[in-house]
Design a protein. Structure first.
Length: 323
């Protein structure tokens, strides 16, 4: 209950920041353009109050629609094949990851301490890494982008802020839906029950899921889906910041390893989660940006003209090239 209260508090705090947009930029244009290094222009509309909530149904529909594109069908197909290939090796990979985790001094469970109203203060590296995929992270990032956007009247930053909250909500919709379909047992209870790889109990009842969540919620990883979706929202809005992708995916890789060695997830829980997060993030970015080419990119760097003339009884044809 305390985690729920903190989450709601953070969401409404970020909403409060966004709500100040009307007052702080009410006399400005409703659109802003940003030109990337490749000459492509990104046009952003001024975000509105509660947009991060009202756009969620549209984002869910847009994500489902995007599943049908050729690129995403290939990605989802590849993720499915990889998932099937990993399932038989899950227990072996988990055991070896736990051995490596012990050598690195990582704990086999993520625990948190309280600090005032907060109850997710990490006391060690294991808990700190696990926090990367927690919903609190995109909320805090959203608040940071919103604050920067308000101070600098930056629509790109403000749209990134709302997009991060949307990505969190949409990831929750898809991850919870698939978890309740697959009903896969998490490693911790599977080890206790001596079920290598975990049991599968598709479509558990709502009461059973609520009462014994770890028995059914391993597939897919909500943490990895949330983290990947948030990362792709940022990448999509800031394509010129080349360091974001390698740093972000490196942190996601570390998070993935930590959750396996801590008996939270199997490696086969990840492929679909990451592809889903990628599609969610890309769809949210697409819905907020109008793209066009810079006029400079369409201007010719040279002109080529043909001409004909008659001189001293001869017909002449010539060409001129101006740079």
């Amino acid at each position: 209950m305390k985690k729920l209260v903190i989450l709601i508090t953070l969401i409404f705090t970020s909403q409060f920041i966004i709500s100040q947009i009307k007052d702080s930029i009410s006399n400005k244009s409703d659109f802003q353009n940003y030109t990337n290094s490749n000459g492509e222009i990104y046009t952003y509309k001024k975000p509105r109050f509660f947009e991060m909530i009202t756009h969620v149904p549209r984002d869910v529909y847009g994500t489902v629609k995007d599943f049908g594109t050729t690129e995403n069908l290939i990605l989802l197909g590849g993720a499915t094949v990889l998932t099937v290939a990993l399932i038989p090796a899950d227990q072996y990979l988990l055991n070896n990851s736990r051995t490596i985790g012990e050598e690195l001094g990582l704990k086999d469970v993520a625990r948190y301490k309280n600090f005032g109203p907060l109850n997710n203060i990490p006391p060690n590296m294991t808990s700190a890494i696990y926090l990367i995929g927690n919903g609190t992270t995109p909320i805090l990032l959203s608040m940071g982008f919103a604050t920067f956007g308000l101070i600098n009247n930056d629509y790109r930053s403000l749209n990134t802020a709302t997009g991060l909250i949307e990505s969190l909500a949409v990831s929750g919709v898809f991850s919870q839906t698939i978890k309740r379909i697959t009903g896969r047992q998490s490693p911790a209870p599977a080890i206790i029950d001596d079920n290598p790889g975990g049991n599968w109990s598709p479509f558990p009842s709502f009461s059973a899921f609520a009462k014994s969540t770890p028995q059914y919620d391993a597939m897919p990883s909500g943490h990895l889906m949330t983290a990947t979706a948030a990362l792709n929202v940022i990448i999509g809005n800031y394509p010129d910041k080349k360091w974001i992708k390698p740093v972000g995916y490196s942190l996601i890789g570390i998070l993935g390893f930590e959750m396996v060695q801590a008996n939270v997830h199997w490696y086969s829980d990840y492929p679909i989660a990451m592809i889903m997060g990628y599609i969610i993030g890309k769809n949210i970015v697409k819905s907020k940006i109008s793209k066009s080419n810079s006029p400079l990119e369409t201007t010719k760097k040279y002109t080529f003209n043909m001409n004909a003339s008659r001189k001293s009884g001869y017909n002449l044809i010539g060409a001129t090239v101006a740079f």
